[in-house]
Design a protein around this ligand. Structure first.
Ligand code: 4AD
Ligand code: MG
Length: 459
């Protein structure tokens, strides 16, 4: 029967006969009387060692690193020593050859180099681990919400709105670029974008999630979101995956309790259910990672207001490049100080000035700040942005007018506040930033298989 390497290594069986394994060759060593081939089938980090006792009987010369093969044989398990599991090969079939110039030879390649061969990098140890980890953590997200009775909703990718109002929408167009329509002045008529409507790729599913929450109670999205932001940093991507829970009858404080519980559950899941990957990160990516994550599960997150944060930063002796004063948007150097120097753990910062936050956030009594929360973590910075939403029709409308937004376009959003409006809150967790934090990986391009950043749409 066909077997996955992961199961072979986990099984307690003493002897296997007539098993079939398929995978890709990692190494080959041939001598006169014996040959060894290591293969990996993607099921786990470990390779399976194949032993060939009569090398001249097999087409070994045609097998290179990267080739795919199918082998049939048997295994005698040496008791108590998983490492020594070897499969004796009786039949070997080459499924796909690989020429000797295969780019992934057995040595450590830099992450920069691997980004240039993104079509092959999933076959390396590190990216095998990362992609399996990503898959498991996706499951963990759904598992958490399913157990807490949240409904998984699907919000549109193509949308007319700009949920964040930040002007970072990628346009979606049905226009024929070789034959662009012109208006009366002879300029390109972009109003005909999407069969006559102006549309773009979603920057966040939040507005639609709010709508669904006011019908279903507790909902969440988990899907790709897009930002046309031409920034070249190690933590921004043009396409990233976001998890956005939205809760009706829920204020900021209740939402923050859920946020902390959610993060801790995900961390716990990583430690308990994904030990192979966490051990790998601990050993090869960032020494001590497992302990850092375990400690966070035990400790309370820091909680401060924006005003308190500014106060701490102003009083600190740190020499910031960007000067601190009430009203500034916190820069990464400030976030780093708060999380790495001051709290030395994740911190939730609340009640930001309304000017630096999105239009939909609930106005506080002081009329200067809004009921926003950002969760900042050491090493990565902001991993979550959220808020209590403005549920008061008149207040929201006035704010949108103040920002000169197209009220007609967002009338449906205002309508939610007209018919049975309720206090509601939600947040967005950047999935890649979560993975960066858990793994210790330093670049967002290395936790997503096909990173979309300015200048990298090839693969
Ligand atoms: O703070 P943001 O922009 O908030 C929202 O989009 C809200 N609508 C979420 C909500 O309340 N439902 O983004 C939320 C998170 C950030 O904290 C960050 O982790 C991630 O999304 N994020 C990015 N990740 C990678 N690349 C980018 N360009 C990102 N922009 C935001
Ligand atoms: Mg944000």
């Amino acid at each position: 029967a066909r077997k996955k390497i992961k199961n072979i290594l986990a099984d307690q069986i003493e002897q296997y006969n007539d098993i079939i394994v398929m995978g890709w060759v990692r190494t080959k060593r041939v001598s006169k009387n014996i040959a060894f081939i290591e293969i990996n089938d993607g099921s786990c980090l470990k390779n399976l060692q194949l032993v060939i006792l009569e090398p001249e009987e097999f087409p070994l010369a045609e097998i290179n690193t990267g080739s795919s093969i199918k082998v049939t044989g048997y295994i005698d398990k040496v008791e108590g020593r998983e490492q020594s599991v070897e499969m004796k090969v009786e039949q070997l079939e080459i499924i796909g050859e690989a020429p000797a110039d295969y780019l992934l030879q057995k040595k450590r390649h830099s992450f920069e180099f691997l980004r240039e061969i993104a079509h092959l990098r999933p076959r390396t140890n590190t990216f095998g681990v990362i992609n399996r980890f990503r898959s498991k953590m996706s499951y963990a997200v759904h598992d958490y919400f399913y157990k807490n009775d949240f409904k998984y909703i699907h919000t549109p990718i193509i949308t007319a709105g700009d949920a964040e109002g930040a002007g970072e929408v990628f346009k979606v167009s049905t226009l024929d670029f070789k034959n662009l329509p012109q208006n009366d002045q002879g300029a390109i008529d972009y109003t005909q974008d999407f069969f006559g409507e102006e549309t773009g790729l979603t920057v966040s599913g939040q507005l639609e999630a709010e709508l669904m929450a006011t019908a279903l109670g507790d909902v969440y999205t988990f899907g790709p979101t897009f930002r046309a932001e031409n920034s070249n940093t190690s933590r921004h991507a043009s396409e990233f995956w976001m998890i956005e829970p939205e809760m009706a009858f829920c204020d900021l404080t209740e939402m923050m309790t859920l946020m902390e519980d959610f993060i801790k559950n995900l961390f716990n899941f990583a430690l308990q259910q994904s030990p192979e990957e966490m051990e790998f990160f601990n050993k090869w990516i960032d020494k001590g990672r497992q302990q850092i994550i375990a400690d966070i599960v035990e400790a309370d997150f820091g909680r401060i207001t924006y005003t308190e944060a500014v106060d701490i930063l102003e009083k600190s002796k740190a020499d910031f490049e960007y000067p601190v004063s009430w009203g500034i948007d916190l820069q990464s150097e400030h976030e780093r100080f708060l999380t790495e120097e001051y709290f030395k753990k994740p911190v939730m910062v609340t009640d930001y000035p309304k000017e630096i936050k999105a239009f939909y956030m609930r106005m506080n009594q002081d009329q200067k700040t809004v009921a926003a929360v950002d969760c900042l973590v050491p090493g990565v910075g902001e991993i979550i942005g959220g808020s209590q939403r403005e549920e008061r029709y008149d207040v929201l409308k006035a704010r949108m007018e103040e920002l000169e937004m197209d009220l007609e376009k967002y009338q449906w959003f205002l309508d939610i506040r007209k018919y049975g409006s309720v206090p509601h809150s939600g947040f967005g967790l950047g999935f890649e930033r979560l993975l960066m934090y858990l793994s210790g990986m330093q670049n967002i391009r290395d936790v997503i298989a096909f990173p979309r950043t300015p200048g990298s749409a090839k693969f």
